[in-house]
Design a protein around this ligand. Sequence first.
Ligand code: C2E
Ligand code: CA
Ligand code: CA
Ligand code: CA
Length: 279
Amino acid sequence: AKELGRNNYQLYTESMNQKVLQRLDIENSLRRAIEKEEFVLFYQPQIDIKTGKIVGFEALLRWYHPDYGLMPPMEFIPVAEDSGLIVVIGEWVLETACRQNKKWIECGLEPHLISVNLSARQFQRSNIVEVIDRIRSSTGLAPELLELEITESTAMQDLSFTIDVLNQLRKKGIRVSLDDFGTGYSSLNYLRQLPIDTLKIDKSFVQDIRANSKEEAIAKTVISLAHKLDLTVVAEGVETKEQLLFLKKEKCDKAQGYLFSKPLPAEEIEKMLRDKKCF
Ligand code: C2E
Ligand code: CA
Ligand code: CA
Ligand code: CA
């Protein structure tokens, strides 16, 4: 039994070491990823449910790791958060997304809203408003065409700080969206207090919508509540026509999901816009 115990212990530490090493490895390569131009943004269309027209895009980060290939954001964003690297990466994302959106307009395409995700660590910086405003204005993009997405859990961490920052951003004309709504502690009390423009219903609710299901009831309630609070509602993770029909019936404003399009590189989005693609 002793032997076994020791072996188990060794196995445990070995796999633990491996994890730590892999994390360090990711962290080190993350450090160089910006200068080596390994990051790229993909864009996923957001559709106006009433008209079927593309009204905006969410910018989603992609990393082509030299050894591991395409790394999903969920695998490196937590490492970037813990190491603090998310701050520079986030600034790169914001600048790239604003610049791309501005470029599409300069090419003669109709203006669209661009949504950019902000991580908790990034949002909690004391100079976040100045940083965002400086980056946005350096690209020349109109503030009304920029929307920032923060998650419920980020917003909750320090409510009075959050309210202050969001007020300042909105005073500058930048829109704010509450992401992943329904997955955290969605207290109605803080929803009432948050100065936001948009609420995104998390895909876990959208995907489980079935007639008379609890998710259907929750989605219905969230849409009507959001409208009473004068918020635009976006449903994410829309994959089927049935989900879309339900959302249309409930007067959800916008939809985003594989039913319309996966997140795509900028060139493919540009083609879509030139063809005036409608869904
Ligand atoms: P999120 O902000 O909730 O983004 C939506 C995620 O859902 C994206 O995953 C998108 O590709 C995926 N998605 C879109 N439509 C569908 C659908 O119909 N079905 C399903 N199953 N999934 C769909 P992605 O690109 O892998 O990003 C995952 C998460 O990583 C994001 O979740 C966000 O939290 C984070 N993330 C991505 N880019 C950035 C970034 O630039 N900065 C920060 N801070 N976080 C980012
Ligand atoms: Ca998002
Ligand atoms: Ca989301
Ligand atoms: Ca999510």
